[in-house]
Design a binder for this molecule. Structure first.
Ligand code: AHR
Length: 659
């Protein structure tokens, strides 16, 4: 009897549960297009750029010669003499004049006899140089002739050492002992990867060579010495609201001497003082001792890039502290003036008119108009009382002179730990403009925390989700993948950000770029080798949110609550007042299709449906298969105030409907 009773009750409970689940699956979502929650900040979805994983040198900065100026700590890095032993013969001699010229300390002195034919071979970054058939490449030589008589030729090779292009390089500059720059074009007869450059010196003479450089001409906007167009195009396509640069930990440096100093990154290339990247040795199993920052991509180019891709510039400056995971050096407060001065001068460089010292510098570099910088990050991923103390000094001075520039302040490397809560309370008490939060966590964490900002103070500081990425394994592991699972988990979290756009004003996935063999960190948004590039499912999620951000966030609920996990679904909605569109985003984390019915307070007409999905959440893209997973667009039929659809398994679905 007791047993029967127990069983009956148990069966009854199961039936109720099934009914509830059934009802959940079928219960209608409500979208109130006429009750906007908040305007959509134009900056919401942006980019985090750091020279990590060869993002700049060996990446988006299109220079093909590694160690072009012999200034690496080991000056023959990426170079060989040809024939191989001529360095020891004294034909080639590395001169180090760091005492006279710290920015450009080394050059190669070449002394040849009448019968000499010698050369320098550069193997390029990582897997070697990639050439495109019949594209013009600019070979640039910076040299001075001490004794005329040397003739130069240049050859480019494929990976099997077949010559695919060559030129004669008459040295036009007089033997006047002054440095000159000469440029020639070289055109490969074949497409090749894993290639090399050889510059040959013949005949009796004496020559100093300070730089040998090779750039493709198909750079972004065809700028000489510019950026890789395939990579910048991928940024442009995101229509990012802002670009944070130059990092990341490189802002701090492993030691204070290696910190990012923007004034060392502008003007003539030979004035840009190279430093070893913090990423050269920071990741024990991904050592890249040849990782140097040449600053060919420097602050002027970053501002120009922002302008090109329509992103608000968000530079981050060092706050007188080196990376707190590394040497954790702290500049004494009474020695901070040059650091604060650099910050003040940066605002003048970006925004000052040409009557100011730094505004004039900007004009001399080719941009008389200001860059209209509105945001400035003070410190990267700093924390603790010493950061709080430095920050106060920087803030007082910056606000006194530039009250309209909004300052971004850090809360360390993670959330809800004492490091974070301390900084968060300090910054809130100080009424900081914008607080930067970082999340590298599991997909589950991102799904479970889409409600994070629901309870944030609407009248407090704005939030910048400055770095985030779902991790399928530990950071830096080969198994840590940019797959559909991590991408969808981020999409769940992003519906929460979108819904809370009244408090979160900016968000950026991190890191942005990675070379397929030269990386230190996983996962990353865009991957490349020296010839090509591909985007990840995570990129497509960013793309879909950023290109469909609308102008107002509107409520989307089920049973009066935000949709964040009920029936394995996360959702948000925006209205685009300019296009008169409603855009609904639905994430289905279940491996089954799911029927949805959506009730609206306004009639809609047919539109489009965009879906990013696959039956396998482990699916990824790659250099060989860049289009394995990408969004599919189709027409979508709707009429009136009710919308029904079945979302695919493991999917992000956008429905765009004309209002
Ligand atoms: O995004 C990679 C690194 O993560 C950044 O350099 C740093 O800010 C964070 O620790």
């Amino acid at each position: 009897m007791i047993n029967l009773h127990y069983r009956t009750v148990f069966t009854f409970i199961l039936l109720i549960q099934a009914a509830v689940q059934h009802t959940n699956a079928q219960s209608a979502y409500q979208v109130e297009t006429k009750q906007p929650l908040t305007p959509m900040p134009a900056t919401l979805w942006g980019l985090f750029f750091e020279d990590i994983n060869r993002a700049a040198d060996g990446g988006v900065y299109a220079e093909m010669v590694e160690n072009r100026s012999f200034d690496f700590p080991k000056p023959m890095t990426a170079w060989e003499t040809w024939p191989s032993n001529r360095l020891r013969d004294g034909v080639f001699l590395v001169i180090n004049q760091s005492a006279q010229n710290a920015a450009d300390p080394k050059y190669m002195e070449i002394t040849t006899g009448a019968k000499d034919t010698v050369g320098l071979v550069n193997s390029g970054f990582d897997e070697g140089m990639a050439f495109k058939k019949e594209l013009t490449y600019n070979l640039i030589l910076r040299y001075r002739q001490l004794k005329a008589g040397i003739h130069c030729r240049a050859f480019i090779f494929d990976r099997r050492n077949h010559i695919i292009g060559h030129i004669t390089l008459p040295l036009l500059a007089p033997a006047d002992h002054d440095w000159h720059t000469q440029q020639m074009n070289i055109v490969p007869q074949d497409t090749a990867a894993g290639g090399k450059l050889l510059v040959i010196f013949e005949g009796a003479g004496k020559l100093d060579v300070d730089r040998i450089s090779l750039f493709p001409t198909d750079t972004w906007k065809q700028r000489p010495g510019g950026l890789r167009a395939d990579l910048v195009q991928k940024l442009y396509d995101l229509h990012p609201g802002f670009l944070r640069f130059p990092g990341g930990c490189i802002v701090e440096g492993n030691q204070i001497v290696h910190r990012y100093q923007w004034k060392h990154t502008i003007g003539n290339l030979e004035d840009r003082q190279m430093v070893q990247s913090i990423w050269a040795d920071d990741v024990p199993d991904r050592q890249t001792p040849d990782y140097m920052e040449s600053f060919g991509l420097g602050f002027f180019e970053y501002f120009q890039l922002c302008e090109d891709i329509g992103a608000e510039p968000l530079p981050i400056i060092n706050v007188g502290m080196s990376c707190q995971f590394d040497a954790a050096e702290v500049v004494p407060v009474n020695e901070l003036e040059p650091y604060i001065g650099d910050a003040l001068d940066l605002v003048e460089f970006a925004n000052g008119d040409t009557s100011t010292y730094w505004g004039r510098k900007r004009a001399q570099l080719g941009h008389p108009a200001p860059f209209h910088m509105k945001l400035l990050g003070v410190g990267n991923e700093n924390w603790g009382p010493q950061y709080a103390e430095h920050l106060k000094l920087f803030t007082d001075r910056l606000k006194a002179k530039y009250p309209d520039v909004k300052l971004v302040n850090a809360t360390g490397y993670s959330r809800n730990i004492p490091v974070f809560t301390y900084m968060d309370s300090v910054l809130r008490a100080r009424k900081a403009d914008i607080i930067d939060e970082h999340f590298y966590d599991t997909p589950k964490w991102f799904m479970d925390n889409s409600n994070r900002y629901d309870s944030y103070d609407r009248n407090g500081p704005k939030i910048f989700v400055g770095e985030y990425a779902a991790q399928s394994d530990r950071i830096g592991s080969m198994k840590n993948k940019n797959n559909l699972l991590t991408a969808l988990a981020e999409a769940c979290f992003m519906t929460g950000i979108e819904r809370n756009a009244g408090v979160v004003s900016m968000a950026s996935y991190a890191p942005l770029f990675a070379h397929v063999t030269g990386w230190q960190w996983t996962p990353n948004l865009i991957w490349f080798d020296n010839a090509s590039s591909y985007v990840t499912p995570n990129y497509w999620v960013q793309y879909l949110f950023s290109n469909n951000k609308g102008t107002e966030v509107v409520p989307m609920t089920v049973g009066g609550k935000a949709i964040q996990g009920q029936d394995s679904t996360w959702a948000s909605a925006v209205v685009d007042k300019e296009k008169h569109q409603l855009i609904i985003k639905l994430v289905n984390m279940s491996s089954k299709p799911s029927a949805k019915s959506i009730k609206l307070d306004a009639a809609v007409k047919s539109g489009t449906i965009i879906t990013l999905s696959n039956t396998h959440t482990t699916i990824e893209n790659s250099i060989a298969n860049p289009g394995n997973i990408k969004p599919e667009t189709a027409a979508f039929k709707a009429k009136g105030k009710n919308v029904s659809l079945t979302v695919k398994p493991n999917s992000l679905t956008l429905i765009k409907l004309d209002l």
